[in-house]
Design a protein around this ligand. Sequence first.
Ligand code: NAD
Length: 428
Amino acid sequence: MATTLLSDANIRLERALKYVHISADASERLKFPKASLKVSIPVRMDNGDLRVFEGYRVRYDDTRGPTKGGIRFHPGVTMDEVQSLAFWMTFKCAALSLPFGGAKGGITLNPKELSKFELERLSRGYIDAIADFIGPDVDIPAPDVYTNPMIMGWMMDQYSIIRRKLSPAVITGKPLGMGGSQGRDTATGTGAFYVLGAMMRKFNRVPQDTTIAVQGFGNAGSIIARLLFDAGYRVVAVSDSQGGVYCPQGLDIPSLQQFKASTRSVKAVYCKGTVCNLVDNQEAITNEELLTLDVDILIPAALENQITEANAANVQARFIFEVANGPISSGGDRILEANGVYVFPDILVNAGGVTVSYFEWVQNRSGLYWSESEVNQRLQTKIVEEAESIWRLSQNLDIPMRTAAYVHALERLEEAHSARGTRDYYVS
Ligand code: NAD
């Protein structure tokens, strides 16, 4: 049984290795992160006290290009979690054929306890601590849970101060005025929406007859909920860290977004202008209840390890689209598979974020900026093309979509590793 997130992530790798010819050198290399950095970040708090925070940055594999991955601010951040997220990024970038390896970073804290000034000093302090570990040709961070464009902007600015030159390509997910890309803020949810649409067509599902529950109403979750609502799907439940709401007739997602923005909580509401009224037949539900609702599609869009051996048997949805990274444990996967649930994996479904991050990096380096529709068009073409390839692999080899996504990524990783020379090259 897996004891860490990284060993659990490696179980997926082991399974995929059975379906792809890969050199022993490459498979051995991919089991270990290339470099893991742990730093302490001293921050002067508003009351004059000094507080020291723990931060991490992991570069997992850079065989296909500079490493890429977000920065998370959360109390649960550990080295194990950051290494697992960096592992997933390696496979995600390869699955989408982006010229990047995988990385991730994080700071262990509850960002809601810090003032904006403290958050800025912490963000700049983190960059001071990891500046020699990152760079536009080395490792390029981005936003993740509880980090946003403003934080990315402070970080890019700090890196530029250290290097004494403007370096927008060191970080993606920046504000538009600092070299950010159109469409980056909505890219993860938008990419997931494109994948969902392409896959549902294979099952002849009609939006109006399809019910959906979304766990996590943050950046990624609220955007996909909104796009699904606009496309006519019935989003019947959403939740955030405080709990959720269920309304069998379907929620009015634009009103809910407006309500959440002003009150920081989710409720089934109908808003007219700035006035929001509660809907009568709503039901408050816990995050655990949301996962086991009788819906067609379940979208975990919060944190990892939400569906495990403990609750997978209770999942009633027929399809799961993993917008969060790692929301299902490998034990949970086995149960869902036995029950005939189709799981569309994180390394494909949420890859819209890193794909548009790649577009942002390209725009920063070329100095030519694209319109939002151009960005979305390129995103749709790329993510749907890779989704179709993974679907074909899954059908041809009769394997789950997750394993197919890993096989697809492994073929590209193998090509890059082999090109550098493997045992067969040196000893024959
Ligand atoms: P976010 O901070 O904007 O939103 C997270 C949401 O999850 C919030 O609404 C929060 O209230 C909710 N939440 C937190 N704990 C919860 C719990 N225990 N149960 C239910 N909800 C809970 O973060 P995000 O950027 O939307 O990221 C969400 C997930 O998507 C993460 O797994 C992240 O790694 C993944 N992801 C994000 C991006 C991106 O570009 N933002 C890209 C790829 C993957």
